[in-house]
Write a protein that binds this ligand. Sequence first.
Ligand SMILES: O=P(O)(O)OC[C@H]1O[C@@H](O)[C@H](O)[C@@H](O)[C@@H]1O
Length: 310
Amino acid sequence: MGHSAAVWDSKIATENVKDWNGIDQIVLRNPHGASARVSLHGGQVISWRNDRGEELLFTSSKANGKAPKPMQGGIPICFPQFGSCGSLEQHGFARKKIWIVDQDPPSLPANDSNRKSFIDLLLKPSEEDLKFWPHSFELRLRVCLGMDGNLTLISRVRNIDGKPFSFSFAYHSYLSVSDISEVRIEGLETMDYFDNLCHKERFTEQGDAITFESEFDRVYLSSPNCVAVLDHERKRTYVLRKEGLPDVVVWNPWDKKSKAMADLGDDEYRQMICVDGAVIEKPISLKPGEEWKGRLEIVVVPSSFCSEDL
Ligand SMILES: O=P(O)(O)OC[C@H]1O[C@@H](O)[C@H](O)[C@@H](O)[C@@H]1O
């Protein structure tokens, strides 16, 4: 791209475009050719490419992004509820809303914004949202693309209400994989989990890394801050580093009868694995004026990387 790191200006490394429904998207670029695309529909990262132009996130071929339905793929934001554990619609309303760009974002710590392309999006409840979830909040999402191509999402939820509220949260990250049979997840061994396929019953994971042979839908509880998703065929490992996000969701619909398959093309379940940094078991409680922060960084490394390096 011809930009040296010394003169790279994160402000000029962003481009505003419109999707086929006229909804704004922001494209972040780094000087080496990596990019990330964020839609104001849902505050959803819908594409993340490395410096060779390879897509790192899965998106369903059936995704048309037509509001209000969220796109099946990328990184939808689940807030203020995860799944169906609450009175709201599945995964809450944030992923269906039109967010706004904060043109004058507050400064964040230097290690979060220094020499990165980034954009800050904001979501505040509409009158309609307040009818279903009567809590005034501000949700700020910062999406950063690093010089090294790493993708970082930082969310801040502030209670701007007069009374406390609590919420769940997840970065529902659809990672692109060569084939689900080639995938192994390390870092969740011996963790307790709720199995959504067994009435949310609690089990303990055995000592082995996770592999896939059928539908999988689990919430790992209080897990380590680093989880590796290895793709043997592509010789690629995604390393997820998280802060303020104790739980990890691992999901692949597999079963053709699964309702989620309606939004996926034939056999597309093979090309994706959802691994979310999340807060589910113990929802976050905020008193008036308090703020919560959750951070997820995804790094892609060659598969020679071993889990001992985590
Ligand atoms: O189809 P949605 O609403 O985007 O949800 C996708 C999946 O998300 C998972 O996290 C849930 O555990 C599944 O049950 C659900 O099907």
